[in-house]
Design a protein around this ligand. Structure first.
Ligand code: CA
Length: 250
């Protein structure tokens, strides 16, 4: 029996407290422009915990100055802001041939603004409310596109996980995962050799309020294990008794 729920207002999920997942290359610099404090602080905290180097500001004019003076890898940009609005910032940056990747934060009702933003040269958008995991995936994707970085595949032995196409393969065999299973596998694979507790996994992959007694993590781990090792392949996910799970270091 699964005891599991989420509060509707908690779609902005708290991330794990396990500290940064170390990016082997360098921390990505993100400028977060959002005037709604709750969203800004939640996103800032979540991105920082994931190893991003985050500058945050809530005013459009300040954001524009920062964006023109400092090299960011990605700008996460709200549209309605005090001072200069997000679309003006984007337009001005592109007029100056500044091609920094921009992800717009848009409300569901802001379809015209979203389209205008894409026409102005936004690289992507997320619609509020969003899951932090989605924003992070999009940040990685636009940064990869911008840098031509091909590090879009997580590999462990003969298991490969393509972060953009979401294709998963064990050897030549395709593996079908649900979005949640994919998020779980990606989380484990990003920290090979590190023990992740059930709580960390719950907070990261599910992100919102949950019953600490839930066996959700164990159930999903079993499913993912079976799917990535349908025959007698080596088990890549190790159980650390009484603690949690660890992705085998290959
Ligand atoms: Ca706003």
């Amino acid at each position: 029996m699964l005891h599991f729920w989420r509060a509707p207002e908690a779609a902005f999920s708290p991330m794990s407290r396990l500290g940064p997942i170390v990016n082997p290359v360098k921390p990505m610099r993100v400028l977060l422009v959002e005037d709604e404090r709750r969203i800004a602080s939640f996103v800032r905290k979540g991105l920082t915990e994931q190893g991003f180097d985050v500058d945050a500001c809530r005013d459009g004019d300040e954001a524009y100055l920062r964006a023109t003076r400092q090299p960011y890898d990605v700008i996460v940009l709200d549209i309605m802001l005090p001072g200069r609005d997000g679309l003006s910032i984007l337009r001005n940056l592109r007029e100056q041939k500044n091609s920094v990747p921009v992800i717009l934060l848009t409300a569901r009702t802001e379809l015209p603004e979203r389209l205008e933003g894409l026409n102005l040269g936004a690289d992507d958008y997320v619609t509020k409310p969003f899951y932090l995991e989605e924003l992070i995936a999009r940040i990685h994707a636009v940064a990869r596109r911008a840098s031509g970085d091909s590090l879009s595949v997580l590999q462990a032995g003969d298991l490969s996980v393509h972060l953009i196409t979401r294709d998963v393969k064990r050897g030549q065999q395709p593996v079908e995962l649900t979005p949640r299973e994919f998020a779980l596998l990606e989380y484990l694979m990003r920290a090979p050799g590190r023990v992740l507790t059930r709580t960390q996994i719950l907070e990261h992959v599910w992100g919102y309020d949950f019953d600490p007694q839930t066996n959700l993590v164990d159930v999903y781990i079993q499913r993912v294990r079976k799917k990535i090792a349908p025959a007698d392949e080596e088990d890549l996910i190790e159980t650390v008794r009484g603690v949690g799970y660890r992705f085998r270091k290959t």
